[in-house]
Design a protein around this ligand. Structure first.
Ligand code: BTN
Length: 332
């Protein structure tokens, strides 16, 4: 595992300005000779560092560091006036294999308060749906997971992942990204490029008290050339908006929307969201193919059922699809 970078160093360098070796050394409380060893850790994270004689060191682009304080401030701002929502517990880590995996481990070894959110600057083994990797470069995007406890078993959770995808789209709209759409079950797309993905993992008693780890990967600052091998077409909030955005603020807006929607989902189920989900459906009325292993079914996408199943009109008859191994794409 990458050695933790002192927060003071990250903060100092995050502005993208030059800082002399002396200034870095005194901020860190180390000798000038030891400064380079510390700065090297920034490069090890994939951040580009420049060193200029007489000026010092700077990061080639500024980084807005995730911080619990800034997230809580942004949360308080967003929550203002929404008395149904309380402040969630939020933790920031510089690096973890996967925020989902970490919360699942904590659930095995102890109690995790419902609503707890873990957000990482980078993931070394980020998990995507259907066994894929979620590439998670440092400081570029949001990689976070929240634990939610549900008392009525896993069956009551049908459709929750759709509600989470919808929450992300609503939050994006609040942030000015109004073209975001949903691809069943929970991919978030803008002009057919992926902006966010959602991965739910469940632990506990499938018939009683169970814990859901809701993982969200949301591309925020990534620019062309920084994709590090992402194979599907992607975009980011900054690409969509053409201006810089603060990840702390984005996270706060998403968390508040998600929390309010999950509370409504607990009371009313998915039916309270179906009409809204369909408004954002990227494939509604389009010719699509549904693949399950070797099997393929061609039809016209007809939105979702009250249980979150994908509805497909196959030669006049509506068929329903569910499950993690189903994938959907447009027919050419
Ligand atoms: C997808 O394949 O579309 C789902 C991607 C989910 C990625 C997020 S990033 C935070 C959380 N931790 C993980 O390891 N995965 C999810």
């Amino acid at each position: 595992m990458q050695k933790k970078i002192p927060d003071v160093l990250l903060r100092l360098m995050s502005d993208g300005q030059f800082h002399s070796g002396e200034a870095v050394g005194s901020a860190l409380g180390v000798s000038r000779a030891a400064v380079w060893k510390q700065l090297k850790k920034l490069e090890d994270l994939g951040l580009e560092l420049e060193s200029v004689k007489g000026k010092g060191y700077r990061l080639l682009s500024s980084v807005d560091i995730l911080s619990v304080d800034d997230i809580l401030l942004a949360l308080a701002d967003v929550i203002d006036g929404l008395d149904t929502v309380g402040l969630p517990v939020v933790e920031v880590v510089q690096e973890v294999d996967s925020t989902n995996a970490e919360l699942l481990r904590r659930l095995v070894t102890g109690v995790v308060v419902s609503g707890t959110t873990l957000v990482a600057e980078r993931q070394t083994a980020g998990r995507g749906r259907r066994g894929r990797e979620w590439i998670s470069p440092f400081g570029k995007n949001l990689y976070f997971s929240s634990v939610w406890n549900f008392s009525n078993g896993a069956a009551s959770l049908d459709g929750l992942s759709l509600v989470v995808g919808l929450s992300v789209v609503q939050a994006l709209s609040e942030l000015g990204v109004r073209a975001a759409q949903l691809k069943w079950p929970n991919d978030v797309l803008v002009k057919n490029k992926k902006l966010a993905g959602v991965l739910l993992e469940i632990s506990g008693d499938a018939t009683g008290l169970c814990h859901v780890v809701i993982g969200v990967g949301l591309n925020v600052k990534m620019q062309a050339g920084e994709s590090l091998g992402i194979t599907q077409a992607w975009t980011s909030i900054e690409q969509c908006l053409g201006v810089k955005v603060d990840r702390n603020k984005v996270l706060a807006v998403v968390l508040v929307r998600m929390q309010a929607n999950i509370k409504l989902f607990e009371k009313k189920g998915l039916s309270a969201f179906v009409a809204l989900w369909q408004q954002y459906d990227a494939f509604a009325g389009e010719d699509v193919v549904v693949s399950m292993g070797d099997r393929q079914v061609f039809g016209v996408a007809k939105g979702i059922s009250d249980n979150g199943e994908l509805l497909l009109d196959v030669e006049g008859e509506v068929q329903r699809f569910n499950g993690g191994e189903v994938s959907l794409r447009r027919t050419l």
